[in-house]
Write a protein that binds this ligand. Structure first.
Ligand code: AMP
Length: 226
């Protein structure tokens, strides 16, 4: 990342892909590898739901049904987070933008600040595999490590391999039925963003069906060269 291709000094990366494509996993790797801040609108919304804020109360039912929360709420939450000091280090956007309106709002926000998007990485996966991936996953509530019943089980049932905690959590929307609705929302409202960014010359496609570390290595190459 030498900053030669865009006017920004703050690296801004976007991970695009359907639910279960590995956006969160790869965003965490980028956070570790490049010192970027992972900015997940899903995480921010889940925190708002948990805290019972006005935005959280408005978003809760939509999230449970697997639909998309309104652009207004998501943009407000994202703008607040982006304004925090740590984001000046650079951010990896995970789960945002999800609609053309959000992408345009981000473009406008960055143009105002004289910043640009460093790279948009599209994680390309097979739709049906996604439902299976999403419905089997769980996370360590203490350290954030992700697991999967079939593809990445813990060595000892219920105990986190990374930190030893027994605090395993499962997202309320990680079930087969909601996963299908989330996939539909992706296909209808988010997939067009692949063409949106391709037309702007910022898109890189990565086959995201394989090994997590191999996918991470490909992403690192893209980010290092961008
Ligand atoms: P995620 O953690 O990215 O899978 O997001 C979980 C849920 O939060 C989604 O199914 C949506 O209901 C909501 N959500 C997250 N990000 C956005 C966004 N950028 N726009 C609209 N809804 C979002």
């Amino acid at each position: 990342m030498d900053g030669a291709t865009t006017p920004t000094t703050t690296p801004i990366l976007i991970l695009l892909g359907p639910p279960g494509a590995g956006k969160g996993t790869q965003a965490r790797k980028l956070e570790e590898g490049f010192g970027l801040i992972q900015l997940s609108t899903g995480d921010l919304l889940r925190a708002a739901v948990k805290d019972g804020t006005e935005a959280g109360r408005a978003a809760e039912a939509v999230m449970k049904a697997g639909g998309l929360v309104s652009d207004d709420i998501v943009l407000a939450i994202l703008t607040d987070r982006l304004a925090q000091e740590d984001c000046a280090r650079g951010v990896v956007l995970d789960g945002f933008p999800r609609t053309t309106a959000q992408a345009e709002a981000l473009d406008a926000m960055l143009a105002e600040r004289g910043q640009g998007i460093r790279a948009v990485i599209s994680l390309e996966v097979d739709d049906e595999a996604m439902v299976k991936r999403v419905s089997g996953r769980f996370t360590c509530g203490t350290c954030g490590e992700g697991f999967h019943e079939e593809f990445k089980p813990t060595a000892i049932t219920g105990v986190c391999d990374a930190c030893g905690s027994r605090n395993m959590t499962r997202r309320a929307d990680d079930n087969a039925e909601t996963a299908r609705s989330r996939l539909e929302a992706y296909t209808e409202q988010t997939a067009p963003l692949v063409a949106y960014y391709d037309a702007r010359g910022t898109l890189a496609r990565v086959d995201a069906m394989g090994d997590i570390d191999a996918i991470g290595a490909q992403i690192n190459q893209i980010v290092s060269g961008a």
